[in-house]
Design a protein around this ligand. Sequence first.
Ligand code: SOE
Length: 376
Amino acid sequence: MTLEIGMLGYRFMGKAHANALARLPMFFPDAPDVERGVLIGRDEDALRDAADRLGFSSIATSWEEAIDEVDVFYNLGPNHVHAEPSIAALDAGTPVFCEKPLAPTLEEADVMAETAREADVPAGCAFNYRFVPAIRYAKRLLEAGELGEIRHVRGRYLQDWLVDPEAPWSWRNDEELAGSGALGDLGSHTVDLLRFLVGADDIAGEISRISGHLRTFVEERPVEGDGAGTDETRPVTVDDAYSAQLEFENGAMGTLEASRFATGHKNDHTIEIHGSKGSLRFSLERLNELEVLREDNRGYKTILVTDEDDPYVDHWWPPGHVIGWEHTFVHENYEFLTAVAENGEFEPNFEDGLAAQQVLEAIEESDDAGEWVSLD
Ligand code: SOE
């Protein structure tokens, strides 16, 4: 049976997922057969061009009509478009793969997760960094207790694409459209990754309380594109950067931060975990490596996670033939579509998306109140 996919969104994430779908048959031959069916968007000309480039057989300018015609619905639109189409698809019993963060607000994420529970079909949230081989390797070490009692968990996601105050305004700068700035766009990845790595009861458990701080450095930005006057600007109504302190159920301490103003850092998502018997360090800018320190305490060892028995690597190339950011999308699409074909379980799902949204909300609540917020 071939799964026909309807995909809403055809820019950055549309290209990442369409590329992943195109590579599945060659590198994951046991993946379900999928057809890139209908590409959904508003601008018909741009849509037609994108459908040709991304290999979709048809286009639709209305998601309402399209979601009844497809076997799987991918919601890759801006954050403010995540809720309504995903809920409608799930209500029609159609599996949904939605980009992160799940929604701009906790209220919308709540309804999406509730709808997914009732629909009883796979509803995935595309936190792609769970599908980095080095992250899977780290998870195996943590589950095996190799690091001992977890004391410190640190997550940082640094970019610098908004350092220039003349960088144009976009939906990512608007609270109505995005929900939050670096917090939701980048922080949601880090929160999900920490939950994935240490969230189990026998490792560090869930996050129990939070102290948060948000900051907007540039309050307005120039508007670019059709109809924009030469000096038209729009307000920035979300954070440019955030930081947070966490306490985990087992007492471990956590620190989180993300910024779009970290000059010199392009897409630097780093995780550091320190335990009583060892530590590990991961950086997205060195995606194929994991630094591990064992009990001998004589410095970190860099492990190149590209051996055949390392997660997902056997689908690609011989040891040392490194993979990249795009391959994480191939891995997550393989797992999600396999779950759809078998009506199995997929994680991260809408429950994980909701759990991340609860942490984001608590960080904003703490920043507003100027005090710690409990998540219990
Ligand atoms: C932000 O620039 C962004 O594109 C995020 O939206 C993605 O989720 C992240 O993977 C890369 O950076």
